[in-house]
Design a protein around this ligand. Structure first.
Ligand SMILES: Cc1ncc(C[n+]2csc(CCOP(=O)(O)OP(=O)(O)O)c2C)c(N)n1
Length: 459
């Protein structure tokens, strides 16, 4: 089919070349013959082991078979490791402040990354800064790793006029930053997966981006969407540098599966060997890693990226971690899992604890209690400063809520003409403002928007 497509006169020369290369490269491998019917099953054949270097106490493994990876771990730059733990230390402080502010009614919604800091930051540290990231929503640590300003983060969460990515029109935590190569998060689960496959195919065909990679994050719940399968098939057939990181909510000791997509346990989502078992089925190099071991996550992702870029193909990383917080501010996880069990995971298996212990144990220690106190104080002060500022900032001009839905017809963006549904909605709002605008409630509310009621025409 690809050859037929490639012969279409409408395709450009480079597209024809890319299609025909793909068609040549992909083929069904020849099968060995068997005189008995062999039934395969990923669970029965033995589960995929999880790569781990740091134990729960932060000690490097002494397993002789792991020595080459232990050597690699020892070669990781100390400044990088220290910065990883600094960002991981900042994340729960940010989460705690924003989570409570939602409870106080100061923001509308929030999602924490408690317990998953090792997976998020360990992987973030393995990417290049211009790798294109398609995240789900729990990966703010990737942005923090890339130096995304806290002022922009707060502008998004508080929907202020300074929210450059979503202009105040998205729920909190739907970050995006062109400068940081972080594609804006969208709520419908799984949509990022085929988008990432398309982006990887585009990267493959973009001169000058030969060494870049696409990175796509998803929770295991999102992989229950059909989009996951479409994306993996597309990526494996079309190629392009791409690393899928699936956060599998599971106790990282690998003894039990205790993960949830909100309240749906993994037992109701798949019967195979996690998500990792699906990768080989699509011909994709796949690795399972202990997501609470930031060092193993870093090394596994670095290797995954190397394979993806050198082979111009997708690679799948499954990180086994555990969400110790509630799903979001709209959730109370005690309704479907025992708070005692969660507390015990927190105590027994913290990614922060593991990396801290490891850094403290190095011949030249890279971490100390004094440094941790300093990082916590500085982070908290910086977060609170931007929090207070954003809370007082105006919301975007009222008219902004109607724009950017359809492509501008006039081509000059800001001043473009609105399409009929927006024009009608705007007229309706104007009518309501005319009717109620001077009442106490409406007046107070309208003053929160940049330019007040007059800015309804600003678009
Ligand atoms: C298509 C779609 N269905 C349902 C939802 C509601 N929803 C939001 S998050 C979520 C759970 C996702 O779980 P997972 O992918 O494992 O990520 P986690 O929240 O555990 O990090 C669900 C069901 C949605 N946003 N989109």
């Amino acid at each position: 089919m690809l050859r037929t497509l490639a012969s279409k006169a409408t395709l450009t020369r480079s597209a024809r070349r890319a299609f025909s290369t793909t068609a040549r490269r992909t083929h069904t491998p020849l099968s060995a013959l068997s005189t008995t019917p062999e039934f395969s099953n990923s669970v029965r054949q033995g589960t995929i082991p999880a790569f781990r270097l740091l134990g729960p106490d932060g000690a490097l493994t002494d397993d002789a078979a792991a020595q080459s990876w232990v050597e690699k771990a020892k070669e990781v730059d100390g400044d990088k490791l220290k910065r990883m733990l600094e960002v991981m230390t900042m994340m729960p402080i940010l989460d705690q402040i924003l989570y409570s502010s939602q409870r106080q009614g100061r923001i509308s919604f929030y999602m924490t990354a408690y317990g998953e800091e090792g997976t998020v930051v360990g992987s973030a540290a393995a990417w290049e800064n211009d790798d294109e990231v398609f995240a789900q929503y729990r990966e703010v640590g990737v942005l923090l790793w890339r130096g995304y300003p806290l002022s922009s983060l707060m502008a998004q969460v508080f929907s202020t006029k300074n929210d450059a990515a979503t202009k105040g029109r998205q729920m909190p935590v739907h970050y995006g930053s062109r400068e940081h190569h972080f594609h804006t998060i969208s709520s419908p689960l799984g949509t990022q997966l085929p988008q990432a496959a398309g982006a990887a195919y585009a990267l493959k065909r973009t001169p000058g981006r030969e060494n870049s990679c696409v990175v796509c994050y998803a929770g295991e719940g999102a992989t229950s969407e059909g989009d996951f399968h479409a994306a993996l098939n597309m990526a494996s057939v079309l190629g392009g540098p791409l690393v899928y990181v699936v956060r599998l909510l599971s106790l990282s000791r690998g003894v039990q599966n205790n993960g949830f997509a909100i309240s749906t346990p993994v037992s109701q989502q798949y019967a195979g060997d996690g998500i990792a078992a699906r990768g080989p089925g699509y011909g994709i190099d796949t690795v399972r890693v202990d997501g609470n071991d930031p060092l193993a996550v870093y090394l596994a992702c670095k290797e995954a990226r190397r394979r993806a870029v050198e082979g111009q193909k997708p690679v799948l990383v499954e990180a086994m971690t555990y969400r110790v917080g509630h799903h979001s501010t709209s959730d109370d996880s005690s309704a479907y899992r025992s708070p005692t069990a969660v507390e015990s995971v927190k105590k027994l298996d913290s990614p922060l604890h593991r990396l801290r212990k490891y850094l403290e144990s190095l011949p030249t220690p890279l971490w100390s209690t004094e440094h941790e106190t300093k990082v916590k104080d500085t982070s908290k002060r910086a977060i609170l400063k931007e929090f207070s500022k954003a809370e007082k900032d105006k919301k975007p001009p009222l008219g902004y809520m109607f724009g950017d839905v359809f492509a501008p017809r006039t081509g000059d963006g800001e001043a473009s003409e609105l399409e009929r549904p927006q024009r009608e909605q705007k007229e309706e709002l104007k009518r309501l403002i005319e009717k109620w605008g001077e009442t106490d409630g409406w007046k107070k509310e309208l003053e929160k928007f940049d330019g007040g009621r007059a800015a309804v025409d600003k678009w």
